[in-house]
Structures are given as structure tokens and as C-alpha cells.
Design a binder for this molecule. Structure first.
Ligand SMILES: Cc1ncc(COP(=O)(O)O)c(C=O)c1O
Length: 403
């Protein structure tokens, strides 16, 4: 039985929405992006959402808005996909890595230790779709002491008066925190709509605006739209509407807008996300959880408490007491029978670039432990119960053979 790791969900409704865009005579940013922004904002419970062409470019735009540059620090967890830190380097600032908790999320106590007057933002990652402890993080970054030492370098930073809390919500569309969309727990959550994500536009991202007063999320939305399209006062769609050809360039904007033909995929998926695609992911999660719960050697990933509920993006199973080499051997045994699994993530201090910059994995023991024991199992709506059972049995067999 061949089981891929994360194929996209494509049905007739999605094909029709894409065809609609292709046949409309307009395939780049236009009405489909507008509709996707409205629907994303609604799902996330925020006033405004901006669609861009990836999480990474969305984060670049947010850091540009915040005016991040040389001499600034942004706190990130050591355990994440590298985009989280690369984007800080691209902005010319320093990613300050801290260790995570056993549930994979950034450790608020480590944030408290790492924060300095140069800290301009915290990028908290909802690994696998499991929201961070946002209350604890906010308590640290909005404490009287942090506010007192905060050194604003521009108007935006002055208005905020503390580091910005950005959620790397690449995995967590649809997750909840204290009974509400988890998007409401951070200042600016950014979602990824990359091909393997819960909702996809092939490549894409959504920036949700949840800034506190006195910010106007409407004004920030306008700034982000302008600066996601060359700082141009009129987008191409508006310019094509007879007589509206004249435009101006008013800032050094990025060119990171999302095309309509991509937005069409996400729009059709998002319409069936809360009612079908998300519950189907939960079904797969619960199938695995039921099986692995009775195995003393397995650690079930966090999924639901009274405070938080996951978006079931990944199934990061951990196996007690194994070495990294034994974990790799289990993955290979599954690959040999065409069951694709994965590891999320190799902690950044283990990667060449970051080692070269002086980060050392020894400083992040929890990140290393989580990584060494972890195997991500396939989780997506198309996975049948029969396939889940097969994966569970084969994994147990591989475990018994290796251990
Ligand atoms: C945690 C995390 N952050 C950021 C990203 C980057 O997303 P994108 O590929 O949309 O730029 C990813 C992508 O996999 C991710 O897993």
C-alpha cells in the first residue's frame, strides 16, 4: 500500500474555482484574492487579512512595517522550520534562539531570559498546529520592566511600546485558544498556504491583523496591500478597469502579491475547511491516538485541552528512549514499504548556516530531545481508516524490529 506524506486535497469544486479564474480573463491579484482575504479574516476572527505569495514574504512585509533592521533582535524558537529565522536575517537583524517546551512550543521563561532592549519582536511558532502559551508570552513581553527598557526606533514601535508578538501560524489555521480562533492571541499571526498546508494556494500566505489600539487595522491593511505590490497606488486589476491607467509609486514596496489563479484553490478549500477538511484531519489524529495510547513506548502529540485546540496539521509522534539512529532506521523501514513519514523539524542549530553563525545545539536540550525521538506520520483528509490502521501496524512492526 503506497502512502504519500501530504498530497494536496483537490476535488471538482477546487478545479471549478480555478477554471473560473482561468476563464475570467484575469488571473493575477483580483476578485479571488479579495474573497480569500475576506474569508480568511472571518475564519480567524480578525478585522483584516492580507494575502501574499508565501508565509516567508508575509513575514518580510511585517518586519518591514515594524522597521526592523541592523542592531535589532527577534526572539525565535530553536525548533522550527528555518524560514522563521531566515526572515530575521534577511531584515538585517539578529535571530535570538531560545529553547522550547516538551509540547514543541517556545518556552516563555526562556523568552524572559533572552529579552533585551534591542528585542523588537517575538516569533512564536504553533508547531504542528498546536498553539503556543500566548498568555504567558504576552505577560513577558508586555511586563512593566520590558516596556520600560524598550527602545522604539520609529513611529510604529513607539505606538506599540513593547516587542511585537508575531505568531508563526504557518501550521495552525483553524486552531483555537481559550475558545476563540488562536489568531486573536497574537498581534499579527501569519499563515502559510504552501502546498502541504491544511489549506493551500500552491504557494501563499495570509497575514492577519489583530493589532491593539491605537493602531487602525484598516490603515495597516492599506499599507500592507500597497507594499505587497511595489508601493504602487493602484493594483493591476484596478488599472485595467477602463480609464484608470494612471498610478504613482509612493514607497519601496515588495512584489509579493498573490495571483487569483492560486487564490482560487485556497478559496474553494477554505469554504470546506471548517465543516469537512479540518474534522477529517481530526479523525485521522484520533485514529492514531487511539492506537498509540495503549503503547507504553509512544508519546501522543498535544491536541486538545480546555485552553487550546490544535489544527491537526502534523502528527509528531515521539518514541520514548530511542536514539536518533534508531528513529532513522524506523523511518527507513517504513519508506521501504512505501509509507512516507517525515521529521519536523531538524532544530536550526544543527543546520550548517546556523552552526556557522555560532548557534550550538547543546544550548537547546529540549529541542534536541523532541527532534531525536520524533516521527511525523501522514495526516490529511483523504487518508482512510484502513490506511491509518496499516500505518499503525507497520510502525509498530518497524519499532519491534529496530528496538
Ligand atoms: C513553521 C513554519 N514557518 C514558516 C514556513 C514557511 O512557509 P512558506 O513556505 O509559505 O514561506 C513553514 C513552511 O513549511 C513552516 O513550517
Amino acid at each position: 500500500m503506497k502512502i504519500p506524506f501530504s498530497p494536496p486535497f483537490i476535488d471538482e469544486d477546487i478545479e471549478n474555482e480555478v477554471l473560473d479564474s482561468l476563464r475570467s480573463g484575469w488571473i493575477t491579484t483580483g476578485p479571488k484574492v479579495r474573497d480569500l482575504e475576506i474569508l480568511s479574516a472571518k475564519l480567524c476572527g480578525v478585522e483584516k487579512a492580507v494575502c501574499v505569495n508565501s508565509w516567508t514574504s508575509g513575514a518580510a512585509l511585517v518586519l518591514k512595517w515594524l522597521g526592523i533592521g541592523a542592531g535589532d533582535e527577534v526572539i525565535v524558537p530553536a525548533y522550527t522550520y528555518s524560514a522563521t529565522a531566515l526572515i530575521v536575517l534577511h531584515a538585517g537583524a539578529k535571530p535570538v534562539m531560545v529553547d522550547v517546551l516538551d509540547d514543541f512550543t517556545i518556552n516563555p521563561e526562556e523568552i524572559a531570559k533572552a529579552i533585551t532592549p534591542a528585542t523588537k519582536a517575538v516569533l512564536a511558532v504553533d508547531i504542528a498546529g498546536w498553539p503556543c502559551d500566548y498568555d504567558a508570552i504576552m505577560k513577558v513581553i508586555a511586563s512593566d520592566e520590558v516596556k520600560k527598557n524598550f527602545k522604539p526606533a520609529n513611529k510604529v514601535q513607539e505606538m506599540l511600546g513593547r516587542p511585537l508578538l508575531i505568531a508563526d501560524a504557518a501550521h495552525s489555521l483553524g486552531a483555537t485558544y481559550q475558545g476563540e480562533p488562536a489568531a486573536l492571541a497574537a498581534d499579527i499571526p501569519i499563515y502559510s498556504l504552501h502546498a502541504v498546508k491544511n489549506v493551500t494556494t500552491a504557494e501563499g500566505g495570509v497575514i492577519c491583523l489583530n493589532l491593539p489600539a491605537p493602531f487602525s487595522n484598516e490603515e495597516v491593511y492599506k499599507w500592507m496591500k500597497l507594499n505587497s505590490l511595489n508601493g504602487q497606488t493602484k493594483d493591476a486589476f484596478t488599472k485595467t478597469q477602463g480609464g484608470g491607467w494612471r498610478y504613482d509609486i509612493v514607497s519601496d514596496g515588495l512584489k509579493i502579491n498573490m495571483p487569483d489563479v492560486c487564490a482560487a484553490i485556497g478559496l474553494a478549500q477554505l469554504k470546506k475547511y471548517p465543516g469537512l477538511l479540518l474534522p477529517e484531519r481530526e479523525r485521522v489524529f484520533n485514529h492514531y491516538a487511539k492506537f498509540f495510547n495503549s503503547k507504553g513506548w509512544a508519546v501522543i502529540p498535544p491536541s486538545e485541552t480546555t485552553e487550546r485546540k490544535s489544527s491537526f496539521h502534523l502528527y509528531p509522534l515521539r518514541i520514548n528512549g530511542i536514539t536518533e539512529a534508531q528513529r532513522d532506521a524506523i523511518i527507513q523501514k517504513l519508506a521501504d514499504i512505501d509509507v512516507a513519514t517525515n521529521v519536523h523539524f531538524i532544530p536550526m542549530p544543527m543546520l550548517t548556516l546556523f552552526k556557522g553563525l555560532g548557534y550550538k545545539i547543546e544550548d537547546y536540550p529540549v529541542a534536541y530531545k523532541n527532534y531525536a525521538h520524533e516521527i511525523s506520520l501522514p495526516i490529511y483528509p483523504q487518508l482512510t481508516d484502513e490506511q491509518c490502521t496499516y500505518i499503525e501496524e507497520q510502525l509498530e512492526k518497524a519499532y519491534n524490529e529496530v528496538i
